[in-house]
Every structure is written in structure tokens, then in C-alpha cells.
Ligand binder design. Structure first.
Ligand code: SF4
Length: 428
């Protein structure tokens, strides 16, 4: 039995803790934001947002407008006559896609990304994708998903994008061996590190979803075991399970211990013995623990409050409490997927307030009353809280920065330490 499994059995932590469910005004970005990291990951894909000027502004400012090279995202802007139903939006879209693909033969996978305006006028992008795929295949595959801000938070864009890829995965052959699929966009450097660790452990074949190129889409079937690398992939997980894949239950690969337990779940499924596992993970785990030490010294016993934003909140709360000694007060998450987060919840102290959804004014009141040392929240709340003298960390940074795996454990801890260090300097 692993140390973590033993812990989970002896202490149920927050597993059965009551959850404060809230509905009200929310302060979150929409799912279009995921394009920022997804377009860097899938190198022959293009993301065409079908939306308004607001959508174009959001995506360009979030992505930093690095338009020196050819960008791999754009917005097909719906004008007033489209919204008023005076123009045939499908004709316009076909024309724009035709122009784009003619000019950019490097595009092999085109995502039509829905937005609030396209949903409001009920533009059926799945039919558009089918029509355009038939027209442009086999050179280009056209898929669609929604990144709209209606009832979503920003990481759901990645979930919707990956879920749209699942029907495109080939069925594994009947005589294929067991294979491992790592699900969730990871920085290339992190993916390479994990690949080396799985190789050393003798686990494989290993594939990643999303892949770096659309030609590398993995096959899937009943022999596929998958590990979630991100906690916000409920729809993708469901789609994979409908194809026969089985999820390996694990916490998320954050920090020295989270990464070890995540790798251990795969090692157990492949029957790797404890000695071999220890021999492979010992050196990088020691490096990770060492990298955490100076941050632990600075962060231990600091009180931290999480607003619901990225859906990473529960794994992060586990990391900062069990590996850095911090004291989470409230951990808010937009959606609480108990099954996927079971291993993390079991390691959280049972007196933490768990909240799902948001009623921002009420949560701000609770936050002020609990006087945390650090608040993790979206951009919209950070500046007002800083103005009130509360140190903040933008949760979106945790998506833009490579944080998974042993070699990134120190960087992850530093993200929490930096706002407190900065505040100390300001106070001197
Ligand atoms: S999809 Fe909706 S929430 Fe997102 S930028 Fe466009 S209009 Fe705004």
C-alpha cells in the first residue's frame, strides 16, 4: 500500500465534508481563454472563434498579441447584420474558412470555436464543421466546440476542445496491449519529463491528449488506461470512458508528493514493483522536496483563501497545505467533481470551508472576515483586494506556467511565495 493510500484510508479529510453551494454573480473568464495555451500545444491546429469584437479583444489581449509570426487563432467577427439574421452567417463562414485554408496550408486541424454571440443567434457550428470538413478533407479536419461565457469558467474551454477530439481518435486494435493516455494539455517540457519517467518505469506505450500534432492523435479503447493531468476534464473523461478507456484514480501531479502518487497510480496499473519505482523516482523527488524547502519556510502557517476560478483550486489547496504547510481557509471551485478529486479531498483538513459556484459579494465578505495572508483569485478581483491590503495571486497564471511534475515543484511554490515577498518589500 502506498503512503498516500494509507493516509486516505485512515483519514477521510474533506471527502464527506459539506459543500457550500452558491449561485450568483460570478467573476470568471470564458472558455475562449483556453485557446491561449491550446494553440501553442497543438502545432498544426488553428482556432477560429466565431464571435464578436469583444471576443477578439479578449483572446488577443490574453494571448499577448504575438502576431509577428503567423498566429494560429483568429476571430471571424459577427457584424450587426449577422446578429440580426440579415446575412447568411454560414455563407460568410464558409468564405472565411476557404480564404484561411488557402492562405495557410500548414493548418491540418481547424477548430470552429463558438462564443456567446454565436450561441445567442443559434448558429449551429457542429453542422458548419461537418460541412467544412467534407469540403476540405483529407487535407484539413474541421471540428467545433463552445468557448462561450454562458455558464462556464475558462478552463472548460480546454475540456470542450479535448472532448471534441475524442470521436476523432481511432479505435485501438483488438489485440493491442495496455496503453497509457495522459489527458490534459501540458507544457512540452513537462510532457518530455513525464515521458522519460514512464520509460524508465517500463510503462507504455504512452500517448498524450492533446498531441503536439493532429497526425499524432492516439487510438483509444478498452485497453486504454488514462491519467488526468488536469482536474477540469469531466466531459473529456466521460467521452473517453464511452470509448472504453478506464481512468486511473490518482491525485494531480503537483508538487513532490502529488507527482509521486500520480506516477504511482500508473506504476500500480502496470504492476511495477516498489523497489523499481523508488529507484526511478527517488532522485527527482528529492530534488523537488529540496526545491520546496525555502518556500515552505516562508509559507508555512500562512492563511490562504481560494476564489472559484480555474478549477485547480482543490489540488492546489492540497499542495499548499500538505507540501508547504499553508493553512487553507476556504477553497472555492466553480464545479466540484468528487470522483476526479477524491484523492485530493481526502488529504484536505476537514474543517476547511469547501464552496462550489459563486456569489461573489458573499464570498468577498467571507474572505475579508477571515483575513487571509494570500488570496488566489481571478484578475477581476485581484486589484480591488490588493487595494484593500490583501496579497493576491492570479489563478490564471497557474494555467500559463508549467507547474506539473517534479522539476516544476519549486516554481509552483514560488508562485505562492512571490506575492508575499513583494508585499514585504513594499512594506519596508
Ligand atoms: S465568448 Fe462571451 S464571454 Fe467570452 S469574450 Fe465572447 S462575448 Fe465575452
Amino acid at each position: 500500500m502506498t503512503a498516500q493510500a494509507a493516509f486516505a484510508q485512515s483519514n477521510k479529510g474533506c471527502s464527506d465534508a459539506p459543500v457550500l453551494k452558491e449561485r450568483g454573480q460570478r467573476e470568471v473568464f470564458c472558455g475562449l481563454t483556453g485557446i491561449v495555451w491550446l494553440h501553442r500545444k497543438i502545432q498544426d491546429a488553428f482556432f477560429l472563434v466565431v464571435g464578436s469584437r469583444t471576443c477578439a479583444h479578449l483572446i488577443q489581449s490574453a494571448a499577448g498579441v504575438m502576431i509577428f509570426a503567423e498566429p494560429r487563432f483568429a476571430t471571424a467577427i459577427m457584424e450587426e447584420r449577422d446578429l440580426a439574421g440579415l446575412a447568411d452567417a454560414n455563407d460568410e463562414l464558409d468564405r472565411i474558412v476557404g480564404q484561411l485554408l488557402e492562405r495557410r496550408p500548414d493548418i491540418k486541424l481547424l477548430f470552429l470555436v463558438g462564443s456567446c454571440p454565436s450561441e445567442v443567434i443559434k448558429l449551429d457550428l457542429s453542422r458548419s464543421a461537418e460541412r467544412l470538413s467534407a469540403r476540405h478533407s483529407p487535407a484539413v479536419r474541421v471540428l467545433n466546440y463552445s468557448g462561450s461565457g454562458i455558464e462556464t469558467t475558462f478552463t472548460q474551454g480546454e475540456d470542450a476542445c479535448l472532448a471534441s477530439l475524442v470521436p476523432e481518435l481511432a479505435l485501438e486494435s483488438a489485440d493491442s496491449d495496455k496503453s497509457l493516455l495522459v489527458v490534459g494539455a501540458l507544457a512540452d517540457v513537462v510532457e518530455d519529463q513525464f515521458r522519460r519517467l514512464f520509460d524508465s518505469l517500463g510503462i507504455g506505450p504512452v500517448a498524450f491528449l492533446p498531441p503536439r500534432r493532429s497526425s499524432e492523435l492516439p487510438s483509444v479503447g478498452p485497453h486504454t488506461r488514462y491519467l488526468l493531468a488536469q482536474p477540469f476534464l469531466g466531459d473529456t473523461a466521460r467521452a473517453l470512458e464511452e470509448r472504453g478507456a478506464k481512468r486511473l484514480n490518482a491525485p494531480f501531479p503537483l508538487g513532490a508528493e502529488g507527482t509521486t502518487a500520480w506516477l504511482r497510480a500508473a506504476a500500480d496499473a502496470w504492476g511495477i514493483d516498489g523497489d523499481r519505482f523508488e529507484a526511478v523516482v527517488e532522485a527527482p523527488r528529492t530534488r523537488a522536496r529540496k526545491a520546496l524547502e525555502p518556500h515552505r519556510f516562508r509559507l508555512a502557517n500562512k492563511r490562504i483563501f481560494f476564489f472559484p476560478d480555474s478549477q485547480l483550486e482543490i489540488p492546489l489547496a492540497r499542495f499548499v497545505s500538505s507540501e508547504l504547510g499553508m493553512n487553507p481557509l476556504e477553497v472555492g471551485t466553480p464545479y466540484l467533481h468528487r470522483e476526479h478529486l477524491g484523492s485530493e479531498l481526502a488529504q484536505l483538513r476537514s474543517d476547511i470551508v469547501l464552496s462550489e459556484g459563486q456569489d461573489v459579494e458573499k464570498q468577498l465578505d467571507r474572505c475579508r472576515t477571515s483575513s487571509p495572508d494570500l488570496v488566489v483569485c481571478g484578475l477581476g478581483l485581484a486589484n480591488p483586494l490588493e487595494a484593500e491590503g490583501i496579497a493576491t495571486k492570479w489563478s490564471i497564471e497557474l494555467l500559463f506556467t508549467p507547474i506539473q511534475g517534479y522539476e516544476q515543484a519549486g516554481d509552483l511554490a514560488e508562485l505562492f511565495a512571490r506575492p508575499l515577498v513583494r508585499r514585504t518589500k513594499l512594506e519596508v
